[in-house]
Design a protein around this ligand. Structure first.
Ligand code: NAD
Ligand code: UDP
Ligand code: UDP
Length: 314
């Protein structure tokens, strides 16, 4: 059934891939974005599609549109971006969630929240299951993002309990792929761009901290599966690739895939940087019949090809 679908943050990295997928599935797609970290370039290829519309709007302000489904993805995701204006980051998560939940309440739309593995903070439970409550610093430099997203989850579940809204919550783990910004600041984009330019690879700390990286097409499949799942399954559900790597391993792999002569350069570890992160995706496997299928090397190769083109354009 074709629907009118709203994607907030639709001009961002994941949001633009999601818009492309929803259009391919035959839906009408409205992207709402204030272009803080997203760009029109990301959705350039979609603008000619008569079923696609792009609106410039900040989700911290009310939005009155008629839709059947809402994917709430608006929020800067890279630490350098969300720390640039931390008050606005919290507002985007909290006021943005209230406005989108109010919109869902008025229209009866099903609404999905892009939450994050950051709700687990620097976890003592490994790998992380959805039942783990997390270990988050409420007053640190990452808190605007982590606590904003935690509060958004609270709002989703209170609208569910208080107003019987049709909600879905996914907790997304580190995702990478074509479409990431050159200056995004995240580890995969930084390392690839540095390797392709022959610059030093900037490892923060000793590189022993771990992350699990999911290729964007796998992630989008999981997000869509969650939106389409039965109404009694609200989540939260972890979406990510459970294969865990140290940051030093990621650096070595990227250097080798790029055939680069870059050397490693060690920099201070940012405050509150989590030591380890790996999703337990048993729930997604069981309820969504979903698991990632793109191996890291394959996904990195595709991402490297994308950045080669971006750098060649200058
Ligand atoms: P991104 O920065 O590329 O995209 C975010 C988009 O939201 C951008 O287009 C930005 O302009 C827009 N935006 C920001 N504030 C807004 C506002 N107030 N009003 C309207 N639009 C606004 O980041 P991404 O990696 O595509 O992340 C998308 C979502 O997924 C975010 O909610 C993020 O928290 C979540 N997420 C991402 C990851 C990841 O690894 N990429 C991991 C966990 C969760
Ligand atoms: N809202 C919106 N679009 C709508 C309906 C509501 O942006 O179509 C916003 C509105 O600003 C409101 C918020 O969502 O403040 C929460 O709506 P809700 O109905 O839950 O609360 P109330 O209107 O009672 O504050
Ligand atoms: N990181 C790094 N060098 C970089 C960028 C990031 O060593 O140039 C590290 C960072 O300290 C963190 C990990 O890589 O331990 C993942 O960072 P990213 O910002 O991509 O995501 P997040 O910390 O939000 O998981």
């Amino acid at each position: 059934m074709n629907m009118r679908v709203l994607v907030t943050g639709g001009a961002g990295f994941i949001g633009s891939h999601l818009c492309r997928r929803l259009l391919a599935d035959g839906h009408e797609v409205l992207s709402v974005d204030n272009y803080f970290t997203g760009s029109r370039q990301n959705i350039q290829d979609l603008l000619a599609n008569p079923r696609f519309e792009a609106m410039r709007h900040d989700v911290t302000f009310p939005l009155y549109v008629e839709v059947d489904r809402i994917f709430n993805f608006a929020c800067p995701a890279s630490p350098i971006h969300y720390q640039r204006d931390p008050v606005q980051t919290t507002k985007t998560s909290v006021h943005g969630a209230i406005n989108m939940l109010g919109l869902a309440k008025r229209t009866g739309a099903r609404i999905l929240q892009a939450s994050t593995s950051e709700v687990y903070g620097d976890p003592e439970c490994h790998p992380q299951t959805e039942s783990y409550w997390g270990r988050v610093n409420p007053i640190g430099i990452r808190s605007c993002y982590d606590e904003g997203k935690r509060c958004a989850e609270t709002l989703f579940f209170d609208y569910y309990r208080q107003h019987a809204l049709d909600i879905k919550v996914v907790r997304i783990f580190n995702t990478y792929g074509p479409g990431m910004q050159l200056q995004d600041g995240r580890v995969v984009s930084n390392f690839i761009v540095q390797a392709l330019r022959g610059e030093d690879i900037t490892i923060y700390g000793d590189g022993a901290q771990t992350r699990s990286f999911c290729f964007v097409s796998d992630l989008v499949d999981g997000v869509v599966a969650m939106m389409d799942s039965p109404a009694d399954f609200t989540g939260p559900v972890n979406l990510g690739n459970p294969v865990e790597y140290s940051i030093a391993e990621i650096a070595e792999t990227i250097i080798s895939l790029c055939g680069s002569a870059s050397r490693l350069s060690y920099m201070p570890l940012p405050e509150d940087d989590p030591r380890q992160r790996q999703p337990d995706i048993s729930l997604a496997r069981e309820r969504l019949n979903w698991q990632p299928s793109v191996a890291l090397e394959e996904g990195l190769q595709e991402t490297i090809r994308y950045f080669q083109q971006v750098l060649a354009r200058g």
